[in-house]
Design a protein around this ligand. Structure first.
Ligand SMILES: N[C@@H](CCC(=O)N[C@@H](CS)C(=O)NCC(=O)O)C(=O)O
Length: 207
């Protein structure tokens, strides 16, 4: 059996797929692809992913992109602890959180706050203060909702979506401050960060 994941250690979505694989105990090889290199994604990667994004999974020639599809395939296609609750209401909550993080979290927490405040300036770009200021009330709304909806207990896909985005958001001082307003969420996040899978997939920017 060969299982390859094309992605990057800096990538939030690659991290989600890696977390799913590690938590299931599935062996895989990570092939680094830099989609942000000058000139755009490598042409061979666009053959794998027509939208030029990461990650892409290749399981014995079965190619899959979109992290939601990848994580559910890993969970359903391999033995190991289940990452999706059987109870319909609990599963619906998990899927709701995954959708919130995809639709709002990635843009607001990662791009509008982390990239503007932390990664852009590290690359010599001045932060767009107006963008950060308008993102913060929306970030508060996201944290409030995931704090309200998330059930701590056995690990699910909701955890795998929340943690990588919060890890970057928290690197911005505004992000650390905002997370501090939600002590239950902050405690869950600290516990998640202590998991071997989280340690093994830490983003290079987390140091
Ligand atoms: N909907 C995609 C999103 C993946 C995504 O946006 N990945 C980022 C890296 S974390 C990427 O490839 N960005 C490249 C770009 O925006 O051009 C998924 O679920 O896999």
């Amino acid at each position: 059996m060969s299982l390859a994941l094309y992605g990057a250690t800096y990538s939030v979505y690659t991290r989600i797929a890696r977390l799913a694989l590690i938590e299931k105990g599935v062996a895989f090889d990570l092939h680094e692809v830099d989609v942000f290199r000058p000139g755009g994604p490598p042409p061979e990667h666009v053959l794998r992913h027509p939208f030029g994004r990461i990650p892409v999974l290749d399981h014995d020639g079965f190619r899959l992109y979109e992290t939601g599809a990848i994580a559910r395939y890993i969970d359903e296609g391999f033995p190991g602890p289940g990452l999706q609750p059987q109870d319909p209401k609990a599963r619906a909550r998990m899927n709701q959180i995954v959708s919130i993080m995809d639709a709002y979290g990635f843009r607001i927490l990662v791009w509008d706050v982390f990239v503007e405040r932390v990664s852009g300036p590290r690359q010599g770009r001045a932060p767009d203060e107006a963008k950060i200021a308008s993102a913060l009330p929306q970030a508060d709304r996201i944290l409030r909702e995931i704090d309200r909806l998330h059930e701590s207990g056995s690990l699910t896909l909701a955890d795998l979506w929340m943690a990588p985005m919060l890890a970057l958001f928290r690197l911005a001082p505004e992000g650390a401050d905002a997370l501090g307003h939600f002590p239950r969420l902050a405690a869950w996040f600290d516990a998640f960060q202590a998991r071997p899978s989280a340690k093994a997939t830490r983003s290079p920017v987390e140091g």
